[in-house]
Design a protein around this ligand. Structure first.
Ligand code: PLP
Length: 191
């Protein structure tokens, strides 16, 4: 006998649809679906408050946010990053004509090993792109020290780290910039 039941990697847990219909009505009536509309702005404002960051911008997805982050900080040449991530981390470099230089992860939390970063720095290195893997924060203090010593930018791929804090400080406040993702496989906590 065959069993056709699907086993999902994740499924969203959604509130009742009725909770959204009032908002949908407002959107339908306003006919504003693009170009920084009122709900877009409200979402940015409330998200910034919830996440404890001063500045926040919405993008189509995390991949595009990474691509634009590198351009916004004028990153070029070589960037030190980790292969232990979703492929978008490396794609964002490649699509910007930047050479990814892979450094190994540390065994406990699977994040970029700060002790191995310095050996990978060359005159072409302009930035470090670490990933907070499975919500585990990178060793942000050690990475910042290296970046300060060599004058490097830090962009954190925080796609797995929505709502993560170090003590009371948002993980998004470390480095020069961080990106998040709302992909279906990411988990969110909202109280
Ligand atoms: C570590 C990491 N970086 C970047 C991305 C890209 O995010 P998105 O799927 O929103 O483009 C993902 C997930 O998809 C990810 O897991």
């Amino acid at each position: 006998m065959s069993d056709n039941r699907k086993i999902y990697v994740t499924q969203p847990s959604l509130p009742p649809l009725e909770e959204f219909t009032e908002y949908l009505k407002q959107i339908w009536e306003s006919k504003v679906l693009t170009n920084n509309g009122p709900f877009h702005r409200q979402f940015e404002k409330e998200l910034a408050g919830y996440l404890g960051v001063k500045y926040l911008s919405l993008f189509t997805n995390g991949t595009l946010a990474l691509v634009i982050a590198l351009q916004a900080l004028r990153v070029t040449g070589e960037v030190i990053t980790t292969p232990f991530s979703f492929v978008a981390t490396t794609h964002s470099l490649w699509w910007n004509n930047i050479k990814p230089v892979f450094v190994d992860i540390e065994p406990e939390y699977f994040t970029l090993d700060p002790e191995k970063i310095e050996a990978a720095i060359t005159p072409q290195t302009t930035a470090i792109l670490p990933v907070h893997v499975y919500g585990n924060p990178c060793k942000v203090g050690e990475i910042q020290k290296i970046a300060d010593t060599y004058g490097l930018k830090i962009i954190y791929d925080a796609a797995h780290a929505f709502g993560v804090r170090i003590k009371e400080n948002s993980i998004l406040n470390f480095g020069d910039l961080s990106i998040l993702s709302f992909h279906a496989t990411k988990s969110f906590q909202y109280n």
